[in-house]
Design a protein around this ligand. Structure first.
Ligand SMILES: [Zn+2]
Length: 438
């Protein structure tokens, strides 16, 4: 019991420190693959604490990163990160979007436990009115226009560093191997795969992740032990190419990409519903053509499909690809699909959820929500990591760290009650000790 008390005392004592870390990351918000300052400071902190630290291509497999921003934007941000106080030793490792950090604590023989903390901001313009938004009022609103921590990943990064400090402090009481994975580019489900493909989840027996989530202020519960039901998804950029011609003089010489694009969009929405579960399809953007009297020769679509299971998502994916290719061919055009993001469906293991509930309630004195699992809307690429661990017979859960939110996630007024930071540090550390305590 002593160790649990120590964890609680230490985490509660870190409230100010965790708040400061969260607000620093919030202020210098960096969206997916731009997390250069963020990653360099995480690597610095883990190194100072005594962790074995992986950075750069040791973390993400370069060619398995999805949805990379243009090289020039990455280069420009690198300079900015330097000016904004990135760590000089670790910043060079992040060049070109090689962001993400893993800290490893080796405590001899025993279980292998991984924890995942996502660290990226979003492409949202933050509210600057101090009357409407606390970060603006208290001076930690984003100084990087167009980047905002509107999903709480600034809090996730702070929680990860808090967990790192507490676990290092109790390492004499632990056995096994502990990996803290700070993942880039969760938004758009672009980052997890590149970490999985570098083998970092191989051999992991337990995986814990968490997302800050809104709660009813009257409900004392600080955690829901698991989530389920997040949809598997695949996201593509599609380029269609045709041939331009004079629309009045010789339209027959053109290959009209406008028709190919329109045919593709209409038919994507005509993929049949599936009897075995939920599916989705969306074409979010379509840009085509160059002028009124010109047969259009290039179009770009941003599209995605989703499915309740990997099989349903695959059904959608195969159908969608066939439609795009054939819509292009119908009008003599060509198509090129680039994979921009992907995630699996999400299932938390009941045994691990029960463990989270019991440790939180019995050992840490924290209130737990009545439901063991709650449904996760949208998609989450921690599922990639969870699926890998579960395939090998390990257990995984994606918890909900409950806190009062000021506005819905992904909106310009998003903010949350920072009391969630120490409480969530306690839960991660308590569960790790329950599994790996000596
Ligand atoms: Zn998020």
């Amino acid at each position: 019991m002593q160790v649990y008390e120590h964890i609680c005392k230490m985490a509660d004592g870190m409230q100010d420190e965790l708040t400061a870390i969260r607000r620093d990351f919030h202020k210098f918000a960096e969206a997916g693959w731009f997390e250069m300052r963020t990653s360099s400071l995480i690597a610095r902190r883990l190194t100072d604490l005594g962790y074995e630290v992986l950075t750069g291509d040791e973390v993400c497999r370069a060619d398995a990163r999805m949805g990379l921003p243009p090289q020039q934007a990455l280069d420009e941000h690198y300079e900015k990160a330097m000016q904004q106080g990135a760590d000089a030793q670790f910043l060079p490792r992040t060049r070109g979007g090689m962001t993400g950090v893993i800290g490893i604590l080796r405590c001899g023989e025993g279980p292998v436990i991984a924890m995942r903390f996502d660290i990226d901001a979003l492409g949202v313009i933050e509210e600057t009115d101090p009357g409407l938004h606390r970060p603006a009022r208290e001076g930690f609103g984003s100084v990087n226009p167009g980047f905002m921590h509107a999903c709480g990943h600034d809090g996730h990064a702070a929680i990860g560093l808090g967990v790192a400090r507490v676990l290092m402090d109790i390492r004499q009481q632990l056995h096994g191997t502990i990996k803290l994975i700070f993942q880039p580019a969760e938004e758009g489900v672009r980052g997890a795969r590149s970490i999985v493909e570098n083998g970092h989840l191989d051999g992991v027996q337990y995986l814990l992740g968490a997302h800050i989530s809104d709660k009813d202020p009257a409900d004392p519960a600080v955690v829901t032990p698991g989530s389920y039901g997040s949809l598997a998804t695949t996201k593509y950029d599609v380029i269609l190419r045709g041939k331009s011609a004079h629309a009045g003089g010789a339209p027959q010489l053109g290959k009209n990409v406008m028709l190919a694009a329109a045919t593709a969009v209409l038919n994507l929405y005509a993929i049949p519903r599936h009897g075995e579960g939920q599916t989705r399809v969306n074409v979010g953007t379509l840009r085509a053509g160059s002028g009124r009297n010109v047969i259009a020769d290039e179009a770009k679509l941003e599209m995605e499909v989703r499915g309740e299971t990997a099989e349903l998502n695959r059904f959608m994916e195969e159908y969608a690809v066939r439609i795009v290719e054939n819509a292009a061919a119908m009008h003599g055009c060509t198509s090129e699909l680039t994979l921009m993001g992907a995630a699996g469906s999400l299932v938390s293991d009941t045994a691990l959820c029960e463990r989270v509930a019991e440790v939180s309630r019995e050992k840490l004195g924290l209130a737990v929500s009545d439901a063991l699992c709650s449904e996760n809307g949208g998609s989450e690429d921690v599922s990639y990591m969870m699926n890998r661990v579960q395939e090998q017979g390990g257990q995984a859960t994606f918890m909900r760290a409950l806190t009062a939110e000021a506005a819905p996630a992904h909106s310009r007024c998003f903010d949350f009650d920072e009391k969630v930071l120490p409480d969530t540090v306690k839960i991660f550390c308590g569960v790790v000790y329950d599994i790996a305590g000596q």
